[in-house]
Design a protein around this ligand. Structure first.
Ligand SMILES: [Zn+2]
Length: 350
């Protein structure tokens, strides 16, 4: 049973950080179309990503919805929402292209790094720390491994909050170098994808984190199995994209960038598919924080559409009126369990 469920979070600062989504709609849409091309050339999925039940048209299922040329099917067993095509190794090799990172970083880069960490990742880290503390685990007892650590924002944040034994692993060497330079310390280690399952299985840590990662893992079964086998691991902290209001807004606005479904997100979680996944590896929900970007997505789509049809003046007036309401509106969505993202801490069943 869940210790607690928490809802809502202010999006004010995040709008500034994600301004690219507003200003570069056409570029982002093109990138997403390129990623959809890569998925459409793969074999059709025959099994649900989470429970392996038969999925798709061949299994006699109806299409749940279609957006940006991709059809989605909902698994009748676990409720997971799967794109029609398989996110296999070939797909991953086509869409996960390492960004170019500069060799030298300015003071401005460091400030940007810190702002992003403080705005987006410190709240995520606090949520974990508070929940673990309530369960009797002190900061000094935490040994944490962050898988898919990216630029190290989460590891950096949790260290800022006083957890000393926190490290990350990441496939991309440039990202590891960037993270370690920004932090002035080797907080991340570069690893190769085929080694990750065995690293997780043997890690001497009690907390494993996957922040925005599980949805991108092609061999998700191997990773989950590795966590299950590593009995040192008592808690898993993850965030994943959900089948949510954002999916509907995207399906209704095909000329606006689809941040949520499509692109590198080839399947979407539901409360029931998360519960199924947790059960399968011997864990249960301990604490949950739901806050989505659904209203920000809707806001962005309306702004982009108004600009596209020559209503820039109205868009400005709309922004003035709508932005002060956005947190409250999103909180309603969150409380109705329709948020685009979930943050959850799972605890190993004793
Ligand atoms: Zn399923």
């Amino acid at each position: 049973m869940a210790l607690k469920r928490r809802y809502g979070k202010s999006v004010g600062d995040i709008i500034k950080i994600k301004s690219d989504f507003f200003e570069k709609n056409e570029d982002m849409l093109r990138l997403s179309a390129h990623q959809a091309d890569a998925l459409l050339m793969q074999p059709k999925r025959t099994q649900c990503k989470i429970c392996h039940g038969p999925i798709g048209e061949a299994a006699g299922q109806e299409v749940l919805y279609e957006s940006q040329r991709m059809r989605y099917f909902q698994c009748p067993v676990c409720g997971h929402v799967n794109a029609e095509y398989e996110d296999n190794e070939d797909f991953a090799s086509r869409v996960y292209i390492s960004d170019n990172y500069l060799a030298n970083y300015s003071e401005e880069d460091r400030q940007k790094y810190d702002t992003r960490r403080d705005t987006i990742y410190i709240p995520k880290a606090w949520f974990l720390l508070e929940a673990l503390e309530q369960d009797g685990m002190r900061k000094n007892d935490i040994k944490l491994l962050d898988d898919g650590a990216g630029s190290g924002y989460f590891v950096s944040a949790i260290r800022q909050l006083g957890v000393e034994q926190a490290d990350g692993i990441e496939i991309s060497e440039p990202q590891v170098q960037f993270a370690n330079t920004m932090n002035g310390d080797d907080i991340l280690t570069q690893v190769d994808a085929p080694d990750i399952a065995s690293i997780i299985e043997t890690a001497k840590v009690n907390v494993i984190t996957f922040i925005g990662v599980l949805e991108h893992i092609t061999n998700l079964d191997d990773i989950l199995e590795a966590v299950k086998k590593n009995k040192n691991v008592k808690y898993i902290y993850f965030s994943v994209p959900m089948f949510s209001m954002s999916c509907v807004f995207e399906a209704a606005h095909q000329h606006c960038y689809n941040r949520h479904a499509g692109g590198t997100h080839t399947h979407l979680f539901t409360d029931s598919s998360i519960a199924y996944m947790a059960r399968r590896i011997g864990f249960e929900e301990y604490a949950t924080w739901k806050f989505g970007s659904d209203m920000m997505d809707l806001y962005r789509m309306i702004c982009v559409s108004l600009d596209q049809n020559g209503n820039t003046g109205l868009r400005e007036k709309f922004s003035e009126k709508f932005l002060p309401m956005i947190d409250e509106l999103q909180e309603v969505v969150d409380r109705h369990e329709e948020a685009s993202e979930i943050h959850m801490i799972l605890k190993r069943k004793s």
